[in-house]
Design a protein around this ligand. Structure first.
Ligand code: AMP
Ligand code: ZN
Length: 458
């Protein structure tokens, strides 16, 4: 069985589903006020590998990923500006138009990364009554209080608040330099925010406490309960969610429903750039589209992510991405030359692969197992192709579809190659170089073999 690291217990544990044969996973989804950056996408590749690995281990998975389309302020401590209002000013569009546009862009990114679709993508704005109900239960149980700007969760009422991050409410209070406003503890957080009185907001709802919108954390507690039931098996997110968002989700479910929201809490480490944080002001925040524009295959980014364990930081550089793209290309070229899968696989290599995956999703070691198999000259390619299907159902690199398939070269590329041959014969090197570049733009490379030009994918 698979062993997974649980942030809550700080241990690698054997994973046991609550309901035999099934696993419920809740992944904190994107905030849809801007494009996802490649750091965000690393986290969703990690969730996808987790989900695929559990499926391959024989479990029926149910993955729920929320879409945060309201309530996320620029500062996690309920301060700062509303991210949606910022986007509205920037783009001159309505809140719903912005949210739907970036949600669609996000779904396209996931598809290009071969991330399997979730079973549900509930939006915060489609589940407001459930969130209000939950705040009501919190109020009834004595965990909520009202201030002039909203309804807050009183963290000091929950004896083990801070259990996920291991930080006590008092520690945070001592170290905090935040403006407490009317909050009773610095760790208290908004469950509901009242609409500002300076005019009508597009995203606001009536509630028992006044017109407004939900705080950022309540949507996940309410929707995980609605779509999976609590407790469910595995809750995922990026490492930054541990001290605030997940700590608060856990507290809300505990306070409202008296149960642990999820048994296992898993967090992906950050993708860094130049060893540091990605940010717009540093100009190092890349989208998947930008990678594509620079000539990278989205799956090269996926391969790059698989090269590091999800609990280690991964530093993004163009050199490293190029190396990943080259490695993926070598794999693709190799499997194209293989026979169709036979009936027998490569048992030893499969064992090495599973040993790595079952050890808290050790993808770098699993990739090494793949390469060991690819380079093992003692095995027939049909056996390798059979095992590749197993490996790739977890890696999701789309390699299986290429087994035994010669590359398809479009007519215009053939014509460019012929024109380049003619230019070479006429010793017009400038024209021949220009044509090689045109061929490259179309995703192909031409090598000059002894029997004439050989076309390859670039
Ligand atoms: P957001 O849309 O900001 O809520 O982020 C979506 C997901 O990306 C969350 O799970 C974050 O924890 C995660 N995330 C944010 N920045 C990074 C990063 N640099 N590397 C990996 N994951 C990240
Ligand atoms: Zn969440």
């Amino acid at each position: 069985m698979i062993r997974l690291y649980n942030t809550l217990t700080r241990k690698v544990e054997e994973f046991k589903p609550i309901q035999e044969g099934n696993v419920g996973i809740y992944a904190c989804g994107p905030t849809v006020y801007w494009f996802a950056h490649v750091g965000n996408l690393r986290t969703y590749v990690f969730v996808d590998v987790l989900r695929r690995a559990l499926s391959m281990a024989g479990l029926k998975t149910k993955l729920v990923m929320n879409v945060t389309d309201v309530g996320h302020l620029t500062d996690d401590a309920d301060l700062g500006e509303d991210k949606m209002l910022l986007a509205m000013r920037r783009e001159g569009k309505t809140a719903y138009d912005i949210a739907r546009f970036y949600e669609a862009a996000f779904m396209k990114d996931l598809a290009r990364l071969n991330v399997l679709p979730a079973d549900a993508y509930p939006r915060a704005t489609d589940n407001i009554p459930e969130q209000i109900d939950m705040i009501r239960r919190l109020e009834k149980n004595g965990y909520a209080y009202v201030t002039s700007d909203g309804v807050y969760f009183e963290t000091s009422k929950l004896p083990d608040y801070g259990r996920l991050s291991g930080q006590k409410a008092e520690d945070k209070k001592a170290g905090a330099r935040v403006d407490m406003g009317e909050k009773r503890n610095s760790t208290d957080f908004a469950l509901w925010k009242f609409s500002p009185t300076d005019g009508k907001r597009e995203m606001e709802w009536e509630s028992p406490w006044g017109k407004g919108f939900p705080g950022w954390h309540i949507e996940c507690s309410a929707m995980s309960k609605k779509f999976l039931g609590v407790p469910f098996d595995i809750h995922t997110g990026g490492i930054d969610h541990v001290p605030v968002h997940h700590e608060n989700e856990l507290a809300q479910t505990q306070g409202a429903d008296g149960v642990l929201e999820a048994n296992v809490w898993m967090h992906g480490e950050f993708l860094t750039v130049d060893g540091g944080k990605m940010s717009k002001s540093l100009g190092n925040l890349f989208t998947l589209e930008e990678l594509v524009t620079r000539g990278f295959d989205p799956l090269a980014f996926r391969y790059f992510c698989l090269g590091a364990h999800y609990r280690t930081k991964l530093n993004f550089t163009w050199e490293a991405l190029t190396a990943a793209q080259n490695a993926l290309k070598r794999l693709r070229d190799t499997v194209r030359g293989w026979d169709e899968p036979g009936t027998v696989g490569c048992a030893d290599h499969e064992r090495a692969f599973w040993k790595a995956i079952e050890d808290d999703l050790n993808t770098p070691e699993a990739l090494a197992a793949l390469w060991n198999m690819v380079e093992d000259a003692s095995l027939p390619s049909a056996a390798k192709a059979k095992s590749l299907a197993v490996f790739d159902s977890v890696f999701g690199l789309g390699l299986v579809d290429l087994v035994g398939k010669a590359i398809e070269v479009p007519d215009d590329v053939h014509m460019l190659v012929q024109a380049r041959e003619a230019a070479r014969k006429a010793k017009d090197w400038k024209e021949s170089d220009r044509l090689r570049d045109e061929i490259a733009v179309r995703g192909f490379a031409v090598e000059d073999g002894a029997n004439g030009p050989v076309i390859k994918t670039s």
